[in-house]
Design a protein around this ligand. Structure first.
Ligand SMILES: Nc1ncnc2c1ncn2[C@@H]1O[C@H](COP(=O)(O)OP(=O)(O)OP(=O)(O)O)[C@@H](O)[C@H]1O
Length: 309
């Protein structure tokens, strides 16, 4: 993908914690303006990467540029244009939404009272919290807190907005409401959504990467990635006890319970026979195929090596 002048460019970033965990390994990504999904399971390294981009920790190796700003060296310049909603977002329970947002606006440097009032009102309306602005944050639901977090993160019109696993604890209604809010952002700014929920990415993001064990498995446009799996994913409804044998014979990418039976998806360039039928792939198939190592960078590298031989 081409480097964009207002985009985020991550080059060969690695991070090993003191306990020996290699949380990031040679991560390279080009993130253009718009909604970008960073998808991966628990412990994949998402938060480590988000915190590194947010200047809260430094990588052992590698470079990160936001446009011309060197993220690792010019922390203050990044922070001026950064909005960050961390995974654990604490609020002062006794403050009202309006009071706390006003307070954060002061911290963000919006010292003019009238301008601050205008800004906070617009953000409380945008996040659908205007009616609740006098309510204490301690009484807010999980979804309301997350939307309040977005209001805080949006103070000062950030050119880079990072939201780390925002939908994890939300019920379906709040989740949809939250995703709708995010979908209105991010045309001109870089918005990175880190998540382990495939639907978050398929519903929102124009570009994405899949990360596992600190390594990027795939960097793609979701629609293109799905299209390139066409003709390669086959399914069969079977019993749980038949799974080990199927795993021996086929490249199983996922096995999910469906009304007490098991729906197995396998990756194969040719019809696997054995009662399998071709299925229209979706982003979940992309995710599981990349995790299983039969799609994405790992396989591209293998193919390149094979050609080299
Ligand atoms: N401060 C730390 N010290 C030591 N190890 C850490 C630290 N923070 C994270 N790790 C480890 O680094 C790896 C990556 O963790 P990270 O939190 O970045 O993953 P994640 O994808 O955000 O996962 P989750 O969805 O569970 O938050 C994990 O093995 C984790 O246990």
């Amino acid at each position: 993908m081409e480097k964009h002048p207002n985009g985020l460019s991550i080059r060969n970033v690695s991070k090993r914690y003191a306990n020996g965990v290699q949380a990031l390994q040679n991560v390279t990504l080009n993130i253009p303006p718009g909604m970008y999904g960073l998808l991966g399971p628990n412990g994949a390294g998402k938060s480590t990467l988000m915190r590194t981009i947010a200047t809260l920790q430094v990588p052992d190796e590698g470079q990160i540029f936001l446009g011309d700003i060197d993220v690792v060296r010019q922390k203050e310049a990044v922070r001026e244009t950064l909005g960050y909603l961390p995974q654990e977002f604490g609020v002062y329970p006794k403050a009202s939404a309006e009071e706390l947002l006003d307070y954060f606006a002061v911290l963000k440097g919006i010292t003019n009272r009238a301008q601050r009032r205008e800004t906070t009102e617009a953000l409380l309306r945008q996040t659908n919290l205007w009616e609740k602005r006098k309510q204490k944050l301690g009484g807010f639901s999980g979804g309301m807190k997350q939307r309040f977090g977005v209001a805080v993160a949006l103070l000062g019109n950030p050119g880079l907005l990072i939201v780390d696993e925002p939908t994890a604890g939300l019920d379906p209604t709040e989740r949809v409401r939250f995703l709708n809010l995010l979908s209105e952002l991010g045309e001109n700014s870089v918005v990175i959504l880190s998540t382990h929920i495939v639907e978050d990415v398929s519903e929102l993001c124009t570009n994405m990467a899949i990360i596992n064990q600190g390594q990027i498995l795939l960097e793609a446009e979701p629609l293109e990635a799905v299209a390139s799996l066409k003709g390669r994913i086959w399914r069969k409804l079977t019993d749980k006890h038949a799974l080990p044998a199927l795993e021996q014979q086929h490249q199983v990418v996922s096995a999910k319970l469906l009304s007490g039976r098991t729906m197995v998806h396998v990756y194969s360039l040719e019809a696997p026979g054995n009662g399998f039928e071709l299925v229209e792939p979706d982003l979940e198939d992309v995710y599981f195929s990349a995790m299983a190592g039969c799609f994405g960078k790992a396989i591209e590298q293998q193919q390149a090596e094979a050609v080299g031989i």
